[in-house]
Design a protein around this ligand. Structure first.
Ligand code: ADP
Ligand code: MG
Length: 585
């Protein structure tokens, strides 16, 4: 796997990217190796070529090392002397050969990995084609989104795994063995010391990384507390004044702000400390070796041997080192695969968790309805997905990237929220739809297209200035349904792949309802959708219905919702909750 690996990953294991920070592992997508082995085997040719290249590459590397060690003495023989030219040319040739074979090794192994995936895909698709219709239809039918997911997204995970496997089995092992041999040749005693030191340093660095994560989490929490406080106090400012509470509230706010300052400072300090510690470990290690070489070896090797030793050591660590977390990734596009793994979240330390070890997997193109009692945490779940808050436990993956590793900008670009309280801004209709872009840069053609799909074009045409009409503060000139359709148009303009509807259809007049529903259905067709709703007709637009109850999700069958013949599913669902409670009692 490309990122997130355990300290010794390429050598000793094929890690699962979810493993490092996730308690629950409900969605292991990797197929058992023996099932995919035949597909890999049939690519033996590029595999063999890749491995031969890696052997040559490692050979070049290990023959270059003693030469580099000897080079200073060759230079001492005189600039331009025969010996120096000979050694220099040999080194250049080895370095060149190493680059070429290193490149070929990767190219061949990726070819093998991707061609295996191609074979797997074709095989799976042929099997799908051979199934009888019963496989796809009816209640137990496999949804199309599921099949598409298996053939596309899961298959590319397999490619990463296969590449990591091929690269581990031979190239990394060869490099470690060759470098260890070089080290032992120079000094067995120092090699023994290095064997002790490597796991210790890896452990220290991994531990510091984990501490940093914890501290960052605490910092997030204190901001959340501050914002919760403001949300509580500002709306009730009248009560505060009437009760002479200004001084008291000012003190409370200062305390919370100070706490926030302290946490943020700790996070910044820790971040500043990390690279210094890594550097200190590195320099400390070098000094230790210098001291060690004096104490242990007593002239058994010289300066050139020592240089070779350090080089071999660095190259041995390369395939086994702690692979530092890469910078946050910027995703161009996402397929819309969403996983919640054991997510626990509370708004404040002294409050009970809103979500408690919650697991959820939404596949690309799937439409999932989320229902449950008010205050059950549905909106909170969407806030976590958009990273307005971070979970305390567990993780959230989008296309198999932890969302903490995805750039916020990129995450929120691909996931769009249409909620009950529609945020319109003062400005023109076009500016509101094209809000994603700077005011001068709005693409009118795309604005009009989005308005058409969202059934907003007709009413916009009746406005005094059409798309240039100023719609006033928060769209106060428009009806609920019109605002809703503008919000959908804005979401469409953004070309996102995941759509969250948070009670988007609950406050509509019956006249606009049909238009809005039509617009939503069109939009849902090419999005992964999470629908939060109370109305049965909206819930039934989904492929799957999940009930959020006491911080956890459970599947509800659509037929059981229909059987309860309620116009309002929330009633049915609330009684569902009640019956649960009495079960417990
Ligand atoms: P739902 O959308 O299912 O109605 P919410 O996610 O809005 O539920 O709320 C879940 C719980 O979290 C509720 O008990 C609510 O009071 C609490 N809550 C929501 N937002 C905040 C906040 N900003 N600060 C503190 N508590 C909150
Ligand atoms: Mg809500």
């Amino acid at each position: 796997f490309p990122n997130k690996t355990s300290p010794f990953s390429p050598l000793f294991s094929i890690p699962n990217p979810q493993e490092s920070h996730c308690r629950a592992l409900p969605f292991t997508s990797s197929s058992p190796l023996f099932e995919i082995a035949p597909f890999i085997q049939s690519e033996w040719e590029p595999i063999l070529k890749g491995w031969i290249c890696s052997a040559v590459s490692v050979y070049c590397l290990s023959s270059a090392i003693p030469r580099v060690g000897r080079f200073p003495s060759a230079m001492a023989a005189g600039i331009g002397s025969n010996r120096m030219v000979r050694e220099g040319l040999a080194l250049a040739a080895l370095a060149g050969a190493r680059s070429v074979t290193g490149y070929l090794q990767q190219a061949f192994l990726w070819e093998a990995a991707l061609r295996s995936v191609y074979r797997i895909r074709v095989h799976v698709f042929d099997r799908v084609l051979q199934r009888d219709l019963g496989f796809f239809e009816g209640n137990d039918g496999v949804p199309a989104g599921d099949i598409a997911y298996r053939i596309t997204a899961e298959a590319s995970d397999v490619a990463d795994t296969v590449y990591a496997l091929l690269n581990t089995v031979v190239p990394n092992t060869l490099q470690v063995i060759a470098m260890a041999t070089q080290m032992v040749v120079v000094s067995p005693a120092l090699s023994f010391m290095a064997a002790l030191a490597i796991p210790c340093t890896s452990f220290i660095i991994a531990y510091l990384g984990q501490r940093l994560r914890e501290i960052s989490r605490n910092a997030h929490l204190s901001v959340a507390r501050l914002s919760a406080y403001l949300n509580e106090v500002v709306p009730s400012i009248l009560a505060v004044k009437a009760n002479n509470g200004e001084l008291k509230e000012s003190m409370r706010f200062q305390m919370l702000s100070l706490d926030d300052l302290e946490k943020l400072l700790r996070k910044r300090k820790m971040k500043a400390l990390m690279p210094q510690i890594v550097q200190a470990l590195y320099i400390g290690g070098l000094l230790l070796f210098c001291a060690g070489s004096l104490v242990v070896s007593k002239n058994s090797f010289d300066a050139s041997g020592f240089l070779s030793f350090i080089m071999a050591l660095t190259l041995l660590i390369e395939p086994v080192q702690v692979i530092e977390k890469p910078d946050a990734v910027d995703l161009d596009s996402i397929t819309g695969d969403i996983k919640f793994c054991g997510v626990t979240f509370r708004y404040a330390d002294n409050m009970p968790p809103v979500l408690n070890g919650l697991d959820l997997h939404i596949k690309p193109g799937e439409r999932v309805a989320l229902v449950g009692p008010s205050g059950g945490g549905k909106t909170t779940l969407t806030k976590l997905l958009l990273r307005l808050y971070d979970p305390h436990c567990g993780c959230i993956l989008v296309d198999n990237h932890d969302i903490q590793d995805i750039q916020l900008k990129s995450l929120r670009e691909h996931i769009v929220l249409v909620s009950q309280d529609i945020m319109l801004f003062s400005g023109t209709v076009a500016e509101n739809i094209g809000y994603r872009d700077l005011i001068g840069k709005v693409n009118m053609e795309q604005v009009e297209n989005a308005a058409r799909i969202s059934n907003a074009d007709e009413f916009i045409a009746t406005l005094s200035d059409g798309y240039k009409t100023n719609i006033g503060q928060r769209g106060s000139l428009l009806s609920g349904g019109q605002k809703q359709r503008l919000a959908i148009a804005r979401a469409l303009y953004r070309k996102s792949s995941v759509l969250i509807l948070d009670e988007a259809t609950s406050a509509l007049d019956s006249k606009s309802e049909l238009l809005v529903r039509q617009a939503l259905e069109r939009m849902m067709a090419n999005h992964t959708v999470l629908i939060i709703a109370h109305r049965l007709d909206t819930i039934l637009m989904a492929d799957r219905v999940l009930l959020l109850d006491r911080g956890k999700l459970e599947e509800v069958s659509k037929s059981s919702l229909l059987a309860q013949d309620g116009q309002h599913a929330s009633l049915a669902l609330n009684s569902h909750r009640v019956s649960h409670k009495s079960d417990e009692a």
